[in-house]
Write a protein that binds this ligand. Sequence first.
Ligand code: FES
Length: 104
Amino acid sequence: MNKNTSGRIPLDGNIERGAAVTIDINGKPVTAYLGESVATALLSEEIVAMRTTTLGESRGVFCGMGVCFDCLVVVDGKPNTRACMTWVKEGMDIRTQDGLKATN
Ligand code: FES
């Protein structure tokens, strides 16, 4: 069993996680698990506000299925990536996004 699960539900023997990978969220290395979405990794690190609108309002996961575009983040330098539709990979660099322009 993986011990560093951050905000994830504890494993009880009925569910399994994919292999642990190290990703970078806003400059901080964290553990995520293959099979998780970027949104899951962010929420597990208690990052609910994934982007801001052009007016500076916070947005995060709303639909969770790729429709609303409220979860846009910067992944490996590519802005406007839907966190709920992107799966984590080893070494992935994830940044929260400010408006329509990538930050950080
Ligand atoms: S939460 Fe709606 S597109 Fe990702």
